[in-house]
Ligand binder design. Structure first.
Ligand code: TRP
Ligand code: SF4
Length: 323
């Protein structure tokens, strides 16, 4: 199993519930590879490279704090395995430009960022991802729905490579993560760029200060107005963190105006703070020892590189360029 995450900085609750939490569970019964996709971070903002080292350490501290276990999973840094770049180059020879232009995330990025002349690197983003994946010949790629087109492209590239030269790559499959709806404090999707996120590194006080003014069902303007939990982002978080009995009590209290929103948020905090506190404490110990975190990533990269070398030996053999 293999998956990656771009080093954009600290992991927030949306990233955690969308991927990391799932990775932690998968390592129990799969041979897992997880990596920092630092080259991918350059596709939209190349000058951002100066922030990559600090972001990588922050993100890796979050990974370890959340429970990724370097004894069981191989945690590595993409750029420490230059073989990914070589495989990407060979893949580029068998990939029609049209395939890449049709990947929905490409168009979205171009529109969203208003790019007038998108880079070759951005167009090639999913092809680099195909190289990341196929290098380790995984059976599964645990990702969210948004990444399915990338895994589909990976399968097509594997087929093209195999038919152009000789069968080398099995076709991996996306393993879809059930991603709960994780709203930010303003009710929109939780996202770093919306400034509405709760981070794994936030203290209990910071989390409480973000949850208390959080957006609720807009129909509940006054304490005496009944509300609709289904229309409330706070309730989306209840669905994830609050056990059924307390959650139902909140739902009834909301519909009958029996409780106020602050009471309801208090119940949420009671269930949200303890699990996040555990992660934060563990993460803090790693964040304080960047040398140790780096050693974990270097050791993982050594292991990953040994596999990548093997794959590339096989690949160079079947491509057969050199006399
Ligand atoms: N594109 C992925 C994302 O944005 C990150 C990624 C890069 C990845 N390479 C990968 C995920 C390989 C899975 C496998 O989330
Ligand atoms: Fe949302 Fe709870 Fe307020 Fe109802 S009582 S609107 S569920 S915060």
């Amino acid at each position: 199993m293999l998956s990656g995450m771009r080093p954009t900085g600290k992991v927030h609750l949306g990233n955690y519930l969308g991927a990391l939490d799932n990775w932690v569970r998968l390592q129990d019964d799969h041979d897992c590879f997880f990596f920092v996709a630092n080259w991918h971070a350059l596709t939209t903002d190349p000058a951002n490279s100066v922030e990559a080292p600090a972001n990588t350490l922050e993100m890796a501290a979050d990974w370890l704090g959340a429970g990724l276990d370097p004894q069981r999973s191989t945690l590595f840094i993409q750029s420490q395995i230059p073989e990914h770049a070589e495989l990407h180059l060979l893949f580029s020879m068998v990939t029609p430009v049209g395939w890449l232009e049709r990947v929905p995330t490409y168009k979205e990025m171009v529109d969203q960022l208003g790019l007038e002349s998108p880079s070759y690197g951005l167009l090639g983003y999913p092809l680099l991802q195909a190289a990341d994946i196929l290098m380790y010949k995984p059976q599964w790629v645990p990702v969210g729905m948004d990444q399915v087109p990338h895994v589909e492209l990976t399968r097509e590239v594997a087929r093209r490579f195999n038919s152009t030269w000789r069968p080398v790559f099995p076709e991996p499959q996306a393993k879809l993560t059930e991603i709960p709806k994780v709203p930010g404090t303003d009710g929109r999707k939780m996202s770093k760029s919306y400034d509405n996120a709760i981070y794994l590194s936030d203290s209990s006080e910071e989390i409480a200060a973000k949850v208390r003014p959080m957006m609720t069902d807009p129909a509940r303007k006054r304490r005496s107005d009944p509300g609709t939990p289904d229309l409330c982002p706070v309730f989306d978080l209840h669905r994830i963190f609050t056990p059924e009995a307390d959650r139902e009590a909140c739902a009834v209290g909301c519909r009958t105006a029996g409780i106020g929103c602050l009471d309801c948020k208090g119940v949420l905090l009671k269930h949200l703070l303890p699990p996040l506190g555990e992660i934060r404490e563990r993460r803090r110990r790693f964040a304080e020892r960047p040398g140790e975190v780096l050693e974990v990533l270097h050791e993982g990269s050594r292991r990953a590189r040994a596999m990548a070398r093997q794959t590339m030996e096989e690949v160079r053999g079947v491509v057969g360029l050199e006399p």
